[in-house]
Design a protein around this ligand. Structure first.
Ligand code: RIB
Length: 302
């Protein structure tokens, strides 16, 4: 049976240290104990969608090392179909070095490892991509592989251009995307200007893209949905975050899950803002991804 959502994306082992303040260039700081946590934007979005009660498959690559086995088991334990999780011999599994500071903000350095070996041929070898209702893409795998997946997809294509690609994004990719989900920085990089300062400028920048709908995530300020020449701001609940890692990932998964349920984009974004906010109330990428019940509970208890 086809799955609801296929995620084509990265799997990383997150090496996380909590610090009081993220160090400046040239500075060394002491932090807490090192934690090893399953992460990667692709895997996070797949696990998040599964916790939101959707059937999910991932298409990705891990290395033939201990981290790869750990990430594979974690995906299986979270009911993500791994039939198209390929293993690369002699290549390390992706790793993310994460520092989380007191107010929940972070910095992340990713060493892509096996994620960089996911090819267009791999996605061509994965029939679930053409059968899924929603295909969810990010930017931690090669851009040509993202494009190949968007070309194969017959359902709704969501692209979360995170981290903001350094290379020029092929215009045909933006043409194939139904829902683009950048944050402000990613929007500026895609648009090639630095002025996402207010709602009007955000809408103006978004309208230069060929995709039919865009949702810009604004962190503690919520999100803006821009579709059919209309922009709607969705505010976020007033919370004190513990760790913002993976909040964008659970936001994207909640949009995908809502579209599978037939919700419109505004309703989808209202739910996604709650899911993203609830994610920031628990530490660590995948440990923080909530079920629908946990979303309500965490926001009630805050
Ligand atoms: O979005 C959060 C994720 O970004 C982390 O889990 C890390 O692996 C990086 O990919």
């Amino acid at each position: 049976m086809p799955v609801d959502i296929v995620v084509v994306g990265s799997c990383n082992l997150d090496l996380v240290v909590n610090v009081e303040h993220i160090p400046q260039v040239g500075q060394t700081v002491l932090g807490g104990d090192l934690q090893r946590i399953p992460g990667g934007k692709g895997a996070n979005q797949a696990v998040a969608a599964a916790r939101l009660e959707k059937s999910v498959a991932i298409v990705g690559r891990i290395g033939d090392d201990e981290s790869g086995s750990l990430l594979q088991k974690n995906l299986e334990d979270n009911d993500v179909n791994i039939d198209y999780l390929f293993s690369s011999t002699g290549v390390p599994t992706g790793v993310a070095l994460i520092a989380v500071q007191g107010d929940g903000d972070n910095t992340i350095v990713v060493s892509p490892g096996a994620n960089s070996k996911l090819t267009p041929e791999d996605v061509i070898a994965a029939p679930p991509i053409a059968e899924a209702q929603v295909v969810l893409l990010q930017a931690e795998i090669p851009i040509e592989t993202v494009l190949a997946a968007a070309e194969i997809a017959k359902g709704i294509v969501i692209w979360n251009p995170a981290p903001a690609p350094n290379e020029i994004v092929p215009l045909e990719l933006l043409d194939l995307v139904d829902v683009l989900i950048p944050n402000k920085k990613e929007l500026e990089l895609l648009a090639g200007t630095k002025n996402a300062t207010n709602l009007d400028s955000i809408v103006e920048m978004v309208q230069t893209f060929p995709c039919s709908s865009t949702i810009v995530t604004l962190g503690e300020q919520g999100a803006v949905v821009v579709a059919s020449n209309e922009a709607v701001h969705i505010p976020a609940p007033d919370i004190t975050p513990v760790d913002t890692t993976a909040a964008g990932d659970s936001f994207c998964a909640a949009i995908a899950a809502s579209l599978v349920e037939g919700k419109d984009l505004i309703k989808a974004a209202q739910w996604a803002v709650q899911v993203g906010s609830a994610t920031t109330l628990v530490a660590g990428a995948q440990p923080s991804l909530p079920t629908p019940k946990e979303v309500h509970q965490r926001l009630k208890d805050r």
